[in-house]
Design a protein around this ligand. Structure first.
Ligand SMILES: *Cc1c(COP(=O)(O)O)cnc(C)c1O
Length: 424
């Protein structure tokens, strides 16, 4: 397979883009990233004209795949040709917020922003403003975007920034616990409960995983936050409108968080984020309340139209049945392959998320550290390049989730499982 054009484009990109990319993970593939020419249903075509079954799916937003339905295309084109934006409100923002509030029981009001990162930044500020407290709790290995409050590493002993450029004093306000460890978070609340504004948690660790919650874990978080007057914030940027269908992961697990952050799927492929919650908390945002929040592009009409039409399409068609069914077939097929070829590895995922984690003992990971101990080198340097040669585009590093879209087919699943069989 000839990938010379990708190599040459990467070489050129290194001259003007730091690391050759605009988001770190894109440079993870060895020895250089695949540059994309275009999408085609469940596949991508690279700059050299090679075609791959695409399980990256934009890192999660592309629930419907690359060929969006006519209703989405025409809404996007109409909005783009009539604007593209105004800095003044439009009706489509209300319609999109109404859709989310109708389907996600914990959400009465929505504030749209432009990325998942912006959503978690604003949710943390809102939680701090609402409670009058500074500390937030996050999970080790959880990901909430490129923001100062959550780019931390540490344990019960303390946290420090996980990137230069973040003052250590910022990280002092962020506490970390291992996911799925009820004793650790209970202890943390015993020590700091009165200072904690919020627990911020991905309902499923999907950026370092995939790790599902153990039975009762989210109930424990709900009880602890209730008992101590803190907010429970579900970061559903990946899981929102993907896991649990239209009711999201919170619907699947039967948990009512105080705030939810959204992104990815709700923009229909355009830049988006949102914070949702009950009126009493949400109205703390300016201009209703005092917690400042603003954005030139927030509620962008093209994004709103793309997101709303995408979700409407999903509500009116068999989208979730299709993607969840293929997800299950993939995981079943991969379990067979793994038990035959690499019983020390773990097949993980739910709904339309799937992944083979290169664990060393066949134990499904329970938290981010377990995932971190996987055989990353083999995955990066040996396995992923072989899959690429077989025409299968997997996630760009060992830790990110892979996504099934409505455009994928049973044939894509079979081809992928066979490629895993060969490459493992
Ligand atoms: C992707 C992601 C983010 C960040 O969203 P961006 O749009 O990349 O800023 C935050 N939280 C979770 C759980 C995510 O998966």
């Amino acid at each position: 397979m000839n990938r010379d054009t990708s190599r040459d484009l990467y070489d050129r990109a290194l001259g003007v883009l730091p690391g050759g990319v605009n988001s770190s993970v894109r440079a993870a593939p060895q020895p250089y990233p695949t540059f994309v020419r275009k999408g085609d249903a469940g596949r991508v075509v690279d700059a050299d004209g090679n075609k791959y079954v695409d399980w990256v799916m934009g890192l999660g937003p592309l629930l419907l795949g690359h060929d969006v339905p006519e209703s989405v295309q025409s809404a996007v084109q109409r909005r783009a040709s009539e604007g593209p934006m105004y800095g003044m409100p439009t009706e489509v923002e209300i319609e999109h917020a109404e859709f989310i509030a109708r389907h996600v029981p914990s959400v009465e009001m929505v504030r749209f922003v432009n990325s998942g990162t912006e959503a978690t930044v604003s949710a943390v500020r809102l939680a701090r403003g609402y409670t009058g407290r500074d500390k937030v709790v996050v999970m080790e290995g959880g990901y909430h975007g490129a923001q100062e409050s959550t780019l931390v590493e540490g344990d019960a002993e303390g946290t420090s920034p996980s990137s230069p450029g973040i003052p250590p004093s910022f990280a002092e306000h962020t506490l970390t616990v291992p996911f799925n460890d009820e004793a650790a978070v209970t202890e943390l609340f015993e020590a700091h409960g009165d200072d904690i504004a919020a627990v911020l948690v991905e309902p499923i660790l999907a950026n370092k995983g995939i790790v599902e919650p153990r039975e009762g874990y989210h109930e424990t978080l709900r009880d602890l936050t209730d008992d101590h007057g803190a907010l429970l914030v579900f970061d559903e940027v990946i899981t929102g409108f993907r896991v649990g269908g239209l009711s999201c992961a919170q619907g699947k697990y039967g948990i009512t968080p105080d705030l939810t952050t959204f992104g990815k799927v709700i923009g229909g492929g355009f830049p988006v984020g949102a914070i949702g919650g009950r009126t009493e908390v949400m109205e703390e945002f300016t201009p209703a309340g005092d917690v400042f929040q603003a954005g030139t592009f927030s509620g962008h009409p093209v994004t709103m139209a793309a997101g709303l039409e995408t979700l409407t399409y999903a509500a009116e068609n068999d989208v979730y049945e299709h993607v969840n069914d293929l997800g299950e077939r993939l995981r079943d097929g991969l379990r067979d392959v793994v038990s035959e070829r690499a019983p020390e590895y773990s097949v993980v995922g739910t709904d339309s998320l799937f992944k083979v984690v290169f664990t060393r003992d066949g134990e499904a990971p329970r938290n981010g550290s377990d995932v971190g101990r996987a055989n990353v080198q083999r995955w990066n340097r040996v396995f992923r390049p072989q899959m690429l040669d077989r025409g299968i585009m997997l996630s760009q590093n060992q830790f990110e989730s892979q996504f099934v879209s409505y455009a994928h087919t049973a044939a894509d699943v079979e081809e992928t499982v066979e490629a895993y069989r060969d490459a493992l």
